[in-house]
Design a protein around this ligand. Structure first.
Ligand SMILES: Nc1nc2c(c(=O)[nH]1)N[C@H]1C(S)=C(S)[C@@H](COP(=O)(O)O)O[C@H]1N2
Ligand SMILES: [Mo]
Length: 367
């Protein structure tokens, strides 16, 4: 009989001219990106928000689900869905992005979910503040860790596991961290974590555990499989650096209209308002640059005023006088901490945090 080790894919890089594999295609057809034109909306409709699920979307009976908070606490807590919904509600608008966004543009390409650049979305998440739940439970461990366990179960690189992630107490108890049971004003859809999920604003998506069943406080640092997996490494034996917050990125709403297969944009000549959205999990977006000549020259876009919504992407616009010919549109976001979106990809073994801009080819027609 084959072992789990044998049936489970090893971590590997694509060969030099190896196209997308059947395994990658299967993952890509389960886990969809946001259609880039949906970047026109402040809030991404739930069905258009990207989604990434490692294993299966669990079937959950709403009448029969429980969330527990236990471990090193004075008062362990258990909630059914009605009790969770009855708790004081907070809504936070959050731009969430998968750490693997941009992976398919790397060379060599790490074999995994082959994201181009659409593994992002913005939603209004409503639920209870984790800080409030923790205060009720009263943790007895100082500077402990909080471990989140999902209902989903699977195998990765031979290791059978529940999907689990942990957070240091000070991150878990931060103001806007939610146990969310609504997305955009409706109960969570199955693929986004029904009945409840963690939402950690500013952090890459893997942190925000879906289908939450258990929250547990422990004294020692949590180092589960998903912590070893989500690291920036140059080689398999490299200790690497753990991924946390989202690097800055901007994306354009594609102007004009597309060719069906290549997605090349076609425009009529003349003035066109380019628009897009930019975000960073490290700080507010401070500047966005646009290039229409593949990065030879750059101009500053206008950033939408406001910025009250700390964790949501920001709209930017720029007026382009589109002249006939071929053009390559590029964008580059800067945040208030001085982080800048990359022009060229920085390679790592897992294909994470590749925020390099992917040029958008345009053909402007003759008059
Ligand atoms: N339980 C569980 N939570 C999970 C995942 C998962 O597979 N199982 N995927 C994570 C990853 S890698 C990402 S990027 C986000 C995606 O959230 P979304 O599908 O709601 O966009 O969920 C995270 N939470
Ligand atoms: Mo992810």
């Amino acid at each position: 009989m084959a072992s789990l080790e044998e049936i489970s894919a090893k971590s590997r890089l694509a060969e030099e001219h190896e196209g997308i594999t059947f395994d990658e295609l299967r993952l890509a057809s389960r886990n969809h990106a946001v259609p880039q034109e949906a970047l026109r909306s402040d809030v991404t409709p739930a069905g258009l928000h990207y989604q990434l699920t490692h294993y299966d979307i669990p079937y959950v009976d709403p009448a029969d689900c429980r969330l527990t908070l236990d471990g090193l606490v004075t008062r362990p807590l258990t909630f059914d869905l009605a009790a969770l919904r009855a708790l004081p509600r907070h809504t936070v608008r959050v731009t969430m992005e998968c750490a693997g966004n941009g992976r398919a543009a790397l060379s060599p390409r790490p074999i995994s979910q082959p994201w181009l650049n659409g593994a992002v979305g913005t939603a209004d998440w409503t639920g209870v503040r984790l800080a409030d739940l923790l205060a009720d439970a009263d943790p007895t461990a100082e500077n402990g860790y909080v471990v989140f366990t999902g209902l989903d179960h699977g195998i990765e690189r031979g290791v059978e596991q529940d999907y689990q992630r942990g957070l240091p107490m000070e991150e878990a108890a931060a103001d806007d961290v939610l146990i969310a049971h609504e997305m955009n004003g409706a109960p969570l859809p199955p693929q986004h974590g029904f009945p409840a999920r963690l939402v950690v604003p500013g952090w890459y998506g893997m942190t925000s555990v879906k289908w939450l069943a258990g929250i547990s406080v422990q004294a020692e640092r949590f180092e589960g499989f998903q912590h070893h997996a989500y690291r920036l490494r140059q080689s398999p034996d490299d200790v690497g650096v753990e991924l946390t917050r989202i690097e800055p990125r901007a994306l354009l709403v594609p102007p004009g209209f597309p060719d069906f297969i290549t997605r090349t944009r076609v425009l009529r000549p003349g003035r066109v308002e380019l628009e897009g959205r930019a975000w960073s999990g490290w700080g507010r977006v401070a500047r966005v640059e646009i290039s229409t000549d593949g990065g030879a020259t750059w101009a500053d876009a206008t950033l939408e005023e406001g910025g009250l919504r700390r964790w949501a992407w920001k709209r930017f616009t720029w007026e382009w006088d589109a002249q006939p010919g071929e053009h390559s549109l590029r964008v580059r976001a800067h945040d208030e901490t001085g982080r800048v979106q990359a022009i060229d990809p920085t390679w790592n073994r897992g294909g994470f945090a590749n925020n390099a801009d992917q040029p958008l080819p345009c053909l402007v027609l003759d008059d």
